[in-house]
Design a protein around this ligand. Sequence first.
Ligand SMILES: Cc1cc2nc3c(=O)[nH]c(=O)nc-3n(C[C@H](O)[C@H](O)[C@H](O)COP(=O)(O)OP(=O)(O)OC[C@H]3O[C@@H](n4cnc5c(N)ncnc54)[C@H](O)[C@@H]3O)c2cc1C
Length: 388
Amino acid sequence: MDFQLNDEQKMLVELAARMGREEFAPKAARWDRSHEYPHENVAALRRAGLLGMTIPKKFGGPERPLIDVVLAIEQIARHCGVTARIVVETNMGALGCVMAYGTEAQQREIARRVLEEGDKPAIGMTEPGAGTDLTALKTTAVERGGGYVINGSKHWITGGGISRTNLIFARILDRNGVDQGIGGILVDLGTPGFTIGRVEDAMGLRGIPEAELVFRNCEVPAANLVVRDPKDGFKMLMNGYNAQRIGASAVALGIAQGAHDLALGYMEQREAFGKKLKDLQGLDWMMAEGEIKLEAARLLVYRAACNARLLPNNVMLPQMREASIAKAYTGHASFEVVSESLQMFGAAGYSRDLPLERMLRDVRMFQIGGGTTQAQLNMIARSLFPAR
Ligand SMILES: Cc1cc2nc3c(=O)[nH]c(=O)nc-3n(C[C@H](O)[C@H](O)[C@H](O)COP(=O)(O)OP(=O)(O)OC[C@H]3O[C@@H](n4cnc5c(N)ncnc54)[C@H](O)[C@@H]3O)c2cc1C
């Protein structure tokens, strides 16, 4: 076991930290207030080679291991959660599912779009009647002619209306109407029959739209089907999604580290009762507790990334149990760290003049999106009682 970063990883961390500090931090409040998508940050990430880091060499990517992506995400999230989430979705999520289980033509095209266009693929699983209980989804893709006809809707889809590539989870029916189980199918923005509905007025991470995707007799070619396996299709898609959980955990960790750092800096300056805040016992213990939470979260996230198993194409998928443990712990620990960091600032922390309140709203998401904390606990509990 080796806890040291190699030289290449140190350089990557330095690059991401510098970009976060100099380019992304000054604009982070803008995306929150205007709901604008940070296109200029995406361009900067692309130029720096931070999009599509996991893409295999044979598709033009650098084929970096998952842990490298996690390191970069964490540094960027210290300064801008929205931008860090874009790094997650251009390295994991739908991209991971397609790289793990798609056809070579699909893999080549999704890689090209990420690397050349900065496209952030969206993943459409959740429906109004199917959230944690995803198997209740009602969207169908029915085989007809040379392709599939999709009907249904998705909501809370990150990047809906921005993302050109959309991986949609649907119940696949063959030409005789026989249910083939849940599969994944690619739908391009602009395909007739695919429209964007309601855009959520979300609490945090407001620079990326969370949108409803509506499909009415939307026809796509058969070549767009990513997974169709009546027995294992759903399991495969959820496996492919595990990497996203590690990425999301790295964003939460980075936001929490950013807030913690701000609080440490403030405690060196602010005085009360003739002492600096850092010299008031109780406050320094709060920060020590926060430090423990951050270190524990970091170890869990890094372990899940390092232990990811290698698939063909050198695609890395974390183990479900390790990913769930990392996400469940990091989700709530990061929220506590940001809340306690905000507390150090007193009233100033509660003002929109400082980034703490935005960080608190942003970090709260990671106990919900990508599978709630309770969903992770269910998966961990299942691993404890396999025969149940
Ligand atoms: C900012 C944001 C971005 C998102 N992005 C995407 C996206 O890009 N793509 C996508 O497909 N989805 C996305 N989602 C949706 C997200 O994955 C779902 O919100 C999540 O899976 C929970 O589903 P739900 O909201 O329907 O809650 P529900 O499933 O209705 O759950 C309600 C509550 O009950 C609990 N619960 C449910 N079942 C159980 C159980 N068996 N045991 C114990 N507790 C349970 C849940 O933990 C939760 O607390 C996003 C959500 C947010 C907030």
